[in-house]
Design a protein around this ligand. Structure first.
Ligand code: ZN
Length: 198
């Protein structure tokens, strides 16, 4: 009897590990290292592969949508690339719901590599806003199997330009041993560095 229980636990653990490995093939670990601009570029490529014409809205005056997808349907999207401890809150759902009305879209989505707060999920349910959390995003990526992989976008698309908070000069992307990062253009006078994902 005990042996049977143990076998079941081992079997379940193995199943979990296989599921984790499968989801990791989505390249989510590269999305975790992107900035918001790279994440939007990645989603744009992903939807283009699904036959949508993708349009990235300008940062100011976007009426709450980061991306507008035109295909059989019109979809407005908010893209939230967050750290794992940062949950997407209610305001993202409110904004994309407003954007859906403004752009006269058929659907409104919020996509994140993180998760959603309880209130965000409750409002989305009421407003019929589609939420893609980390797991749903990975499933979507695996289904589309994009030619522009997350790794490719992370390595080839430049993140949004930034200035150095220490000296005010521009920051430049540098290649570290394993990942890319921002370093100050006035190095070695200024030694400020920061991660590409904020
Ligand atoms: Zn500097």
């Amino acid at each position: 009897m005990i042996a049977f229980y143990l076998m079941r636990i081992v079997y379940r653990k193995l199943q979990e590990r296989t599921a984790m490995k499968r989801l990791a093939r989505s390249g989510i670990q590269y999305i975790d290292q992107m900035d918001g601009f790279q994440f939007e570029a990645y989603l744009k490529a992903l939807f283009q592969q699904l036959g949508y014409k993708a349009h990235v809205t300008p940062k100011s005056g976007d009426f709450g949508a980061d991306l507008i997808m035109k295909g059989q349907q019109k979809i407005v999207i908010q893209a939230k690339r967050y750290g794992s401890k940062n949950r997407v809150s209610l305001s993202a759902v409110q904004e994309i719901y407003g954007a859906q009305a403004y752009y006269k879209a058929d659907e409104a989505w919020v996509i994140t590599n993180s998760s959603f707060t309880k209130s965000a999920r409750a409002l989305a349910e009421a407003c019929n806003v589609q939420l893609f959390d980390r797991k749903a995003l990975q499933e979507l990526i695996l289904e589309v199997n994009p030619t522009h992989t997350a790794e490719k976008v992370y390595r080839e698309i430049e993140p949004e330009p930034r200035t150095c908070p220490t000296c005010g000069k521009s920051l430049v992307v540098r290649q570290g041993k394993t990942n890319r990062f921002f370093g100050c253009s006035s190095f070695p006078q200024c030694r400020h560095t920061e991660a590409i994902h904020k």
